[in-house]
Design a protein around this ligand. Structure first.
Ligand code: SF4
Ligand code: FES
Length: 330
């Protein structure tokens, strides 16, 4: 086991754990953002630098600071390590630069992008970016490309995080797309426009942190914040069948895998569940999906704010009735 101090908080983790996962063990606001690291995907991380942190002491044996900021998602902890994230002005400044860099080629088309409202880059730039850019050159532009009948690649928006490549590599048996070219010429390509026709190919949509890979059955159907997400399941011979249905009225507009608090898919789902089961009758509904209050998706939704039950108990009954306050776990 290794004991590290992260933003002044001590945490003990298994040897070999990365700094990012040690921070996730603490949880809350101290956790560094991640745009390319994805727990279920082997080899992910180390591409975007969103998760940079400052190591002010390398280990108990060698307490010298590390000379540069390090990517927390690929740097293992050492016993006695001291790490700063939100406490380091240098990290916060560097992160602004990372946002600026990621937005160099990324279009600012959020008002018409299908990913708006649930885009990791939107959240990342809102939390860590600046309102201006120093980039004066033209952005790279590409034609939209259909990857089979169900998925569309909008390469302009891609931040080359490699998540979709690892997903296709690791959970389908035939990957036909990858990153072609290097440096400024890098792009996601399907090479002679092969289609991804594997049963699990739709998962590349869920892992994409931006709107570069979109579900063609949902494109332009609705804005995500107008939909109502519910957990549902079905008996599926190919996958766990545990999904989120994004509904409006009685219509199922979209089916996605369930994600954890870090936006990572919990169970990858098959294409039949994702693209072919668009009737409420196909599913057993479990109940409303919990969406973080900070998310735009939760705006005007049915979930009430979490209030300490003791506070509600102390209020006069007329007030709790008038405000419709219901005690919920705190
Ligand atoms: S298409 Fe999406 S998931 Fe794939 S590399 Fe680009 S940003 Fe990442
Ligand atoms: S999340 Fe660590 S480099 Fe991308």
């Amino acid at each position: 086991m290794a004991k590290i101090t992260f933003d002044g908080i001590e945490v003990e983790v298994e040897d070999g754990t990365t700094i990012l996962n040690a921070a996730r063990k603490i949880g809350g606001d101290v956790v560094p953002p991640a745009m390319c690291y994805y727990t279920p995907l082997k080899g992910s991380g180390g591409k975007c630098r969103a998760c940079l942190v400052k190591v002010t002491a390398g280990s108990a044996k060698d307490p010298r600071p590390m000379p540069k900021l390090v990517a927390s998602c690929v740097t293992p902890v050492q016993d006695g390590m001291v790490v700063e994230n939100t406490l380091s002005p240098q990290v916060l400044e560097a992160r602004k630069g990372v946002v600026e860099m990621l937005l160099i080629n990324h279009p600012l088309d959020c008002p018409v992008c299908d990913q708006a409202g649930e885009c990791d880059l939107q959240n990342f730039s809102y939390d860590h970016g600046t309102s201006a850019t120093r980039f004066e050159e033209e952005r790279r532009t590409f034609e939209r490309q259909d990857i089979g009948p169900l998925i569309q690649l909008h390469m302009n928006r891609c931040i080359l995080c490699y998540r979709c490549v690892y997903t296709a590599d690791q959970i389908t048996d035939k990957r036909v797309h990858g990153v072609l070219g290097r440096g400024d010429a890098s792009e996601i390509g399907t090479y002679i426009e092969n289609v991804i026709d594997n049963d699990f190919s739709g998962n590349v949509i869920d892992v994409c942190p931006v709107g570069a890979l979109t579900d063609k059955t949902f494109r332009f159907k609705n804005r995500v914040w107008f939909t109502k997400p519910v957990d549902a399941h079905r008996d599926c011979p190919k996958c766990t069948g545990k999904v989120v249905l994004w509904t409006r009225g009685n219509d199922v507009l979209r089916v996605t895998a369930r994600k954890n608090e870090y936006g990572e898919v919990v169970d990858f789902i098959c294409n039949e569940c994702r693209f072919e089961k668009k009737e409420v009758a196909d599913w057993t509904i479990e109940g409303p999906r919990h969406i973080a209050r900070a998310s735009v998706i939760s705006a005007n939704h049915y979930e009430l704010p979490v209030i300490n039950p003791q506070i509600i108990a102390d209020l006069p009954e007329s007030t709790t009735k008038e405000l419709n306050l219901i005690p919920r776990p705190y």
